[in-house]
Design a protein around this ligand. Structure first.
Ligand code: NDP
Length: 322
């Protein structure tokens, strides 16, 4: 089968489109024939070496497809089942052997592309808005990179929960997408001072929560955009990781909360995975959550897909089709 692997860390040029054996599923695994793989920022961190993995490795953490074979211990899956998953390496490939405990069966009414598009970013938006800082009517939230893969989904879920939502984006085209997803206010943070805009839009009070995946270029103003006892949720490093922060600053700036969550800890048990993925997939199937697939690339063009994502040229989801 074909797969995109890296043998060393570096730029997009280290991605190699290679012929490798189809993986043999272990007793608790299923072999999935992949129909669509998600491209996520985490794939870039693994390529660069910001997140560590033993090399060589097949990149990719998210896919949807059809079960081809199951291991001896598997009782609740059979060849032909339509499934999706996130958080298991090896998705930039034609096949992957995936622990059955991480697979979710797809409901009718959602195809593989939409499923691959919401497993990682959709469950992330879900836990951010419902568990890390559970939004309620009356809350105001600031969502950075609002037209991104997570961003467009997070705006919609925040609106479902009744929050007032501000989004930041770099271009007018992205602003239109964020507004269409439901953002009440959109700030062009490349040309406008988002902290000043947040203060203006909240009559000086600040927002209850900032969902910040951009980090290096935004974290400081994010902290200053919060109301007293507000929460900064730093959940990515799209512009580079944030530096170490002195806890005293949290006290001086209004008894603030700071958290740095990751998806794995919010789908830690099988029950939590099924609940979170189930709710997201059902919303998509029912038309309550709109998935914006910005671009699809053939598997062999994974380097171009990653360059587009890292270069801020994408909106919504980026997929690879094997
Ligand atoms: P996005 O689609 O959001 O793409 C990243 C966006 O970040 C860009 O489109 C761009 O939007 C914005 N951005 C701002 N500055 C930069 C910069 N210097 N370089 C690149 N992009 C920049 O990606 P994803 O939806 O895949 O992921 C969003 C973030 O969420 C990532 O940081 C990722 O690591 C994180 N994440 C974290 C998870 C967790 O559980 N902790 C799980 C999933 C994702 P604009 O042009 O509008 O500025």
């Amino acid at each position: 089968m074909k797969a995109i692997r890296i043998h060393e860390n570096g730029g997009p040029e280290v991605l190699r489109y290679e012929e490798v054996p189809i993986p043999a599923p272990g007793p608790a695994e299923a072999l999935v024939k992949i129909q669509a793989s998600g491209v996520n920022f985490i794939d870039i961190y693994f390529r660069q070496g910001l997140y560590k993995a033993a090399l060589p490795i097949t990149l990719g953490q998210e896919a949807a497809g059809v079960v081809e074979k199951v291991g001896a211990e598997i009782k609740d899956l059979a060849p032909g089942d339509r499934v999706a998953y996130a958080g298991t390496p090896g998705a930039y490939a034609q096949y992957a052997a995936v622990p059955a405990a991480r697979l979710v069966k797809l409901p009718a009414g959602i195809d593989s592309r939409n499923a691959a598009a919401v497993m990682l970013q959709g469950m992330t938006a879900h836990y951010l808005a419902t568990a890390t800082f559970p939004l309620e009517p009356g809350h105001t939230a600031l969502v950075h990179a609002a037209a991104g893969g997570v961003g467009l989904l997070l705006i919609q879920i925040a609106k479902m929960r009744g929050a007032r939502v501000f989004g930041t984006v770099s271009t007018e085209e992205k602003a239109a997408l964020a507004r269409r997803a439901g953002a009440d206010e959109v700030i062009l943070y490349a040309s406008q001072d988002f902290e000043a805009e947040v203060r203006r839009l909240t009559s000086g009070v600040g927002v209850d929560v900032v969902y910040d995946s951009v980090a290096l270029t935004t974290w400081e103003k994010s902290l200053r955009s919060l109301r007293q006892r507000g929460m900064l949720v730093l959940y990515g490093n799209s512009s580079g990781p944030a530096p170490a922060i002195d806890p005293l600053r949290l006290s001086q700036q209004g008894s603030l909360f700071l958290t740095r969550p990751k998806l794995g800890d919010y789908v830690a048990t099988r029950q939590e995975l099924l609940q979170r993925a189930g709710e997201v997939l059902d919303w998509v199937a029912a038309g309550r959550l709109h998935v914006h697939i910005g671009e699809t690339f053939p598997l062999q063009d994974a380097a171009q897909a990653q360059e587009a994502l890292a270069g801020r040229r994408t909106a919504g989801k980026v997929l690879l089709i094997p």
